[in-house]
Design a protein. Structure first.
Length: 389
């Protein structure tokens, strides 16, 4: 049977008419809704567009007073309060939504999620945890797991952090973070070296380049009376990430000194310094050579390193070597005066800096105390970054 298309031409004007009528109805509906909204609503939107959140909040509060049924506006206000640090007002806003009679189940779950975020930002972690746990088994469960993981990290509950990280999966905590959890658990097992060792071996299974696990395994071996094995663990760091040898330098120097192998330690660390220049390595090698070979050899080391990598810390150590070897009292006093000036500047530059948030600290952290990032502190001082082209 042959299909006739000619009759479709007659229907085209009819379809056009239906579309025109539908558009008119939508426009009328939109105009009716916009007229029903208070003027304060549009004022608030205008303030937001002009990046004036304080005035926007005032305008939206007026709208809520006039029309308490504006659910979405309650959510928007609660988020604005939280972003501004007004956690009490955000909490009240979301609690009022939860207590509202007739609120839909989906909106209640959203309000509970927002309330959990309010509590977390306000530092009320027990209530935040309670709110997020209530969302397990709902469609908001995935969104609640990440803040739960953050809470467990803040509380240093590494066992629950591990369990939650496994629930989140690879998109949440990757192998590097999981390895850090095991290192934290190992650090807590002070009185149980075998349990600590198992955690550290698991950490290396999670992330074979986990430098922290190698450092801690070396510490375990040394405290257990096995300095040779401790040295081997610390030497592994060169194959994992040589930049972190600076963190093992002092351990290597002390262990070689305690076992009567200072010269071997000097050769090992001087080789690291030549291949992987670092201010911390320079400091450790300088002290070891000064002790083992005297101020002249220490001076030569620092002089050569200063020519290769000019730094204030290098100059500080050069002056220290000259002071030790100085003969005349007047020369010693002049050198000490110059070194005190240089030393004051080196103290300000001898800090670690988080790559994520820029937070600076004198101490090295595996987890940034400011932003909570793992392994965001490179084992290099601020001065080294400033000298890097």
């Amino acid at each position: 049977m042959e299909f006739d298309y000619w009759w479709l031409l007659g229907l085209l004007p009819l379809f056009f008419g239906f579309g025109w009528m539908a558009a008119r109805i939508d426009i009328r509906h939109l105009l009716q809704e916009s007229r029903a909204l208070p003027r304060s609503y549009f004022k608030g939107l205008n303030f937001l567009l002009n990046e004036q959140p304080d005035k926007a909040i005032e305008a939206f509060i007026e709208v809520v007073k006039v029309d308490p049924e504006t659910i979405e506006l309650h959510f928007a206000l609660g988020s604005l309060f939280r972003r501004r640090g007004e956690y009490d007002r955000a909490i009240r806003m979301h609690q009022n939504l939860l207590e509202r009679v007739g609120l839909g189940e989906e909106q209640k779950l959203t309000a509970l999620l927002e309330l959990g975020q309010d509590y977390l930002k306000a530092g009320i972690r027990d209530r935040a945890e309670e709110a997020f746990k209530k969302l397990q088994g709902t469609r908001h469960a995935a969104a609640a797991r990440r803040p739960l993981l953050e809470i467990y990290e803040l509380e240093k509950d590494w066992t629950r952090a591990l369990a939650m990280a496994r629930e989140i999966g690879p998109d949440g905590a990757g192998p590097r973070q999981m390895a850090q959890y095991h290192c934290e658990l190992a650090a807590a097992e002070v009185a149980a070296p075998d349990a600590a060792r198992r955690h550290l071996e698991t950490a290396l299974e999670e992330n074979r380049k986990c430098v922290r696990a190698s450092l801690q395994l070396g510490d375990l071996e040394k405290s257990g009376g096995n300095p040779e094995r401790a040295i081997e663990y610390w030497k592994r760091i060169e194959s994992q990430d040589p930049a972190y040898l600076a963190l093992a330098a002092q351990r290597l120097a002390e262990t070689h000194r305690e076992t009567g192998r200072v010269e071997e330690g000097v050769r090992l660390l001087a080789g690291y310094l030549e291949r992987y220049p670092s201010l911390d390595l320079l400091d450790t090698v300088f002290q070891l050579i000064l002790e083992a070979r005297g101020p002249d050899e220490a001076y030569k080391l620092v002089r050569d390193e200063l020519r290769r990598n000019p730094t204030l810390l290098g100059l500080d150590r050069l002056l220290e070597a000259q002071i030790v070897g100085a003969g005349a009292p007047g020369q010693r006093q002049d050198l000490e005066m110059v070194r005190s000036l240089v030393h004051g500047h080196t103290r300000r530059l001898a800090r670690y800096r988080c790559e994520t948030c820029g937070f600076k600290a004198r101490q090295f952290y595996w987890r940034c105390p400011a932003c909570g990032g793992w392994e965001t502190y490179p084992p290099r001082r601020t001065e080294e970054f400033e000298l890097t082209p």
